[in-house]
Design a protein around this ligand. Structure first.
Ligand SMILES: O=C(O)[C@@H](CO)OP(=O)(O)O
Length: 211
C-alpha cells in the first residue's frame, strides 16, 4: 500500500450457461452461479457490476444472493460487445483470415459500439484505487470483455483479446497494485468451485482439456 493508493482486486466471471434463446440460464447455469457465489463468500467485495443482458443479470443475482448485502447493478460497459476489431496488418499472417472471419461474424452494432464501451470498462474497473483501503469488485460479464481486460493487464497487442476464452462461471482475478508495480493475473478461467460435470460449458469442445 502507498500513502495515496491501494490495490484493486478485480474478479471477473462469465455468466453461467445460457439457454439456447439466451433469455436466461439453464439449470446447469444456475447451479454454476450458485457455486461461484459460495466460492466468493469470504471475499470482501464492495460491489457487483453486471452486464444488462438476462444471462449476466441472472448470474449476478444468484451470486449476490450468497453474498450478504453486496450491492449489484447493471451497466453497459460490463455487457456483451466486440471490444476491438483488428486491422489485417496487425495480425499474424498465418491466422489473419481466421481471426477476421471470426470477428466479422458478430453484428456490426456490437463491433461499432465496442471500443468506446471497452475503454469505459477499463476506466471504471481497472487500475489501482485512491485511498488506503484495498478494493475487491466483481464484474459478471461475457467472454470478450474478460479477454480484453486480461490482454490489457498484460499489455499484449490489442488484437490479442482474441483467443483468451472463458468457461461459464469460471473466475479470473486481476490485481492492480499502486504505482511502481505492474498488474498481475492471479487466476485465469479458474473452475475449482465447479464439479467436473459443470466445467467447460461455453467452451468449444476442441479446446477442452482434462480437469
Ligand atoms: O457472444 C459470445 O460469443 C460472447 C462474447 O462475449 O458472449 P457470451 O459470453 O455471452 O457467450
Amino acid at each position: 500500500m502507498s500513502a495515496t493508493h491501494a490495490t484493486r482486486y478485480l474478479y471477473l466471471a462469465r455468466h453461467g450457461e445460457a439457454t439456447p434463446d439466451e433469455r436466461g440460464l439453464t439449470p446447469t447455469g444456475r447451479r454454476q452461479a450458485v457455486l461461484l457465489g459460495e466460492r466468493l463468500r469470504d471475499v470482501p467485495l464492495s460491489a457487483i457490476h453486471h452486464g444488462p443482458l438476462p444471462r449476466a443479470a441472472e448470474t449476478a443475482q444468484l451470486i449476490g444472493a450468497r453474498l450478504d448485502g453486496v450491492p449489484a447493478h447493471a451497466c453497459e460497459p460490463a455487457g456483451d460487445y466486440v471490444p476491438y476489431t483488428p486491422r489485417r496488418d496487425e495480425l499474424p499472417t498465418d491466422c489473419a483470415d481466421f481471426l477476421l472471419d471470426f470477428v466479422r461474424g458478430f453484428p456490426s452494432g456490437e463491433r461499432a459500439r465496442g471500443p468506446l464501451l471497452a475503454r469505459t470498462a477499463e476506466e471504471r474497473f481497472t487500475g489501482c484505487v485512491k485511498g488506503s483501503e484495498d478494493r475487491h469488485e466483481l464484474v459478471v460479464t461475457h467472454n470478450f470483455l474478460i479477454g480484453w481486460l486480461v490482454r490489457a493487464a498484460l499489455d499484449a497487442p490489442k488484437w490479442r483479446w482474441l483467443g483468451l476464452n472463458q468457461c461459464n462461471a469460471a473466475l479470473t482475478v486481476i490485481r492492480y497494485p499502486p504505482p511502481g508495480r505492474p498488474p498481475s493475473v492471479l487466476f485465469s478461467n479458474d473452475m475449482a468451485h465447479l464439479p467436473a460435470p459443470l466445467r467447460w460449458t461455453g467452451w468449444a469442445p476442441e479446446l477442452r482439456v482434462a480437469g
